[in-house]
Design a protein around this ligand. Structure first.
Ligand code: SF4
Length: 514
């Protein structure tokens, strides 16, 4: 590898988090730079490039079927490919996002391949975690390989000139059949912190100044039946040294002027949040930054939530999924209603905003489990500040995806192909979503007898109670940080940003963060 480009276009802006600087891409750049390989990040999810590409193009991109094209799309892809090739790089790390971003990225890879067959093009991140080698089947020849999980070992290995076929955490297309070489990184301290300087991360000043950090290697010791994390990041969770985390925060604050940070570990190691809060309060960052974080109801139940609040934590995202114990057991969530009540109460009483994430309906949901969840939702309402909910999503390499019949799930014959290219649009009301290529058992009916519309009807009943009767808003944890930046109440800030995104008013979004 002589020089590399790390490229992202996430398509239509359907979540404001697209506009946050991307820590993973920044780390890839740092690892390459550490080996003397010049690396640049072009991350088109920023105010400037959204306005440059324009609402008209982004709307039409969102409407394109996977593999489809039109004259404007073809011209944009060709122009991007030409601009990339003038950089003279020999390797491209392509961030694979869902929906329109994925459609665009694959079209770009195919066009680059046609112009420069010798280029090495490697897919990274979310879509790889979700679909792995299936992506290579969908777009034969477009990509040389895929890096799974954190993948820092893989980037390091390739930068040292290692043979891709022997590389950890990589699925190499030329290997027959393409398969993943397993080895999740256990020690993230081995790798340099992300590059956020404008010479490497172009247009970084055009991003929303909300950064993400991690406290561990992001592995999860649990094995919830719906989740892809243990498969991709491993189950041995290794905590980072707190001094290194503090150094990272100091750099963000003092070198880059950042005040708002989201802790991204979906399962922070027990006590890690309290350790971070203690370190912040004992440092020059005390009172100077604001945070949000994920937390698990059992692993993180004994955190010192008052200390977190004192250290600047505003909100916690808590995976709840259901309030019915039989549901929780069936999805192997590893928690019970009493754990949920206890942690929610403690966090809320300490002044933290609690954001509960639900899956509704779950495969196997019955009238009884539904009524239990709704009844208990009323019980915990006083300790719950925000509720996020979606029906179940089924991914390969999860127990739901691997053994669907054991979980009351039915996958259509072309499930993988159809779901990789499913036009996921989070901003669109869910009743407008096209049917997903799977279904599942609800209300005692076998999966095959349940059309997607019936799943949506139950979902609507649930959200009606949550939103109308209980007045629970849908404010993700990081919107509390955005609201703090905007100087607005969280529900107002959320409403305003969503309205601007729906209107594709990119200048308006930029003005929110001036
Ligand atoms: S849902 Fe959370 S706790 Fe469960 S396996 Fe995934 S990351 Fe771990």
């Amino acid at each position: 590898m002589r020089s590399a480009l790390i490229y992202n276009l996430s398509g239509e802006l359907d979540d404001i988090s697209h506009l946050f600087p991307n820590e993973r891409l920044g780390r890839i750049a740092s690892i390459l730079q550490g080996h003397g390989i010049p690396a640049t990040i072009i991350d088109q999810a920023n105010h400037h490039d959204l306005q440059r590409l324009g609402p008209e193009y982004l709307k039409s991109l969102g409407e394109l079927e996977f593999g489809g094209t039109n004259s404007q799309h073809a011209a944009v892809v060709a122009a991007e490919a030409k601009a990339i090739l003038t950089r003279g790089v020999d390797t491209i790390f392509l961030n694979l996002w869902h929906g329109a971003g994925f459609t665009f990225s694959i079209a770009l890879a195919q066009h680059l391949r046609s112009l420069a067959p010798e280029l090495t093009i490697i897919g990274v991140r979310q879509k790889v975690d979700w679909f792995k080698a299936h992506i290579l089947r969908l777009a034969p020849g477009a990509l040389d390989g895929l890096i799974t999980g954190l993948g820092y070992d893989a980037v390091d290995f390739l930068a040292k000139g290692g043979a891709p076929a022997n590389c950890p955490n990589i699925i190499w297309a030329a290997t027959e059949p393409p398969r993943e070489n397993r080895s999740a990184p256990l020690d993230v301290e081995t790798f340099p912190l992300a590059s956020y300087t404008a010479d490497i991360y172009t247009n970084i000043t055009e991003k929303v100044p909300l950064h993400t950090i991690t406290l561990s290697n992001q592995a999860c010791p649990n094995r919830c039946v719906f989740c892809i994390r243990p498969e991709n990041y491993g189950r041995i969770n290794v905590k980072r040294d707190i001094q290194s985390v503090l150094q990272e925060l100091r750099s963000l604050r003092h070198d880059h002027g950042i005040r708002h940070v989201r802790v991204e570990d979906s399962t922070p190691p027990a006590g890690a949040l309290t350790e971070l809060a203690t370190a912040i309060l004992g440092s020059d960052l005390r009172g100077d930054m604001a945070f949000s974080a994920f937390a698990r109801m059992d692993t993180n139940r004994d955190e010192d939530f008052s200390l977190l609040h004192e250290a600047g934590f505003l909100a916690l995202f808590l995976g709840i999924e259901s309030l019915d114990d039989s549901n929780l057991k069936r999805i192997r969530k590893g928690i019970r209603y009493e754990d949920i009540c206890r942690t929610l109460r403690a966090a809320h009483a300490a002044g933290l905003k609690t954001v509960g994430s639900f899956i509704f309906p779950l495969p196997g949901e019955t009238e009884k489990t539904m009524q239990t969840t709704l009844c208990r939702l009323r019980e915990i309402r006083g300790d719950l500040d925000s509720l996020l909910v979606l029906p179940a999503g089924i991914y390969p390499d999860t127990p739901w995806g691997d053994a669907p019949e054991d979980h009351g799930v039915f996958l259509e014959e072309n499930f993988v192909e159809a779901f990789i290219t499913y036009p996921l649009k989070y901003l669109q009301p869910i009743h407008l979503w096209p049917p997903v290529p799977f279904t599942y058992s609800i209300m005692g009916r076998p999966a095959k007898d349940v059309p997607f519309t019936d799943i949506l009807k139950l979902y609507a009943e649930f959200t009606e109670v949550a939103r109308q009767e209980l007045g629970l808003p849908a404010v993700p944890d990081y919107y509390y940080l955005l609201a703090d930046m905007m100087g607005m109440p969280p529900t107002d800030a959320t409403r305003k940003l969503i309205q601007l995104m729906v209107a594709r008013d990119y200048a308006g979004i930029r003005n929110c963060f001036r």
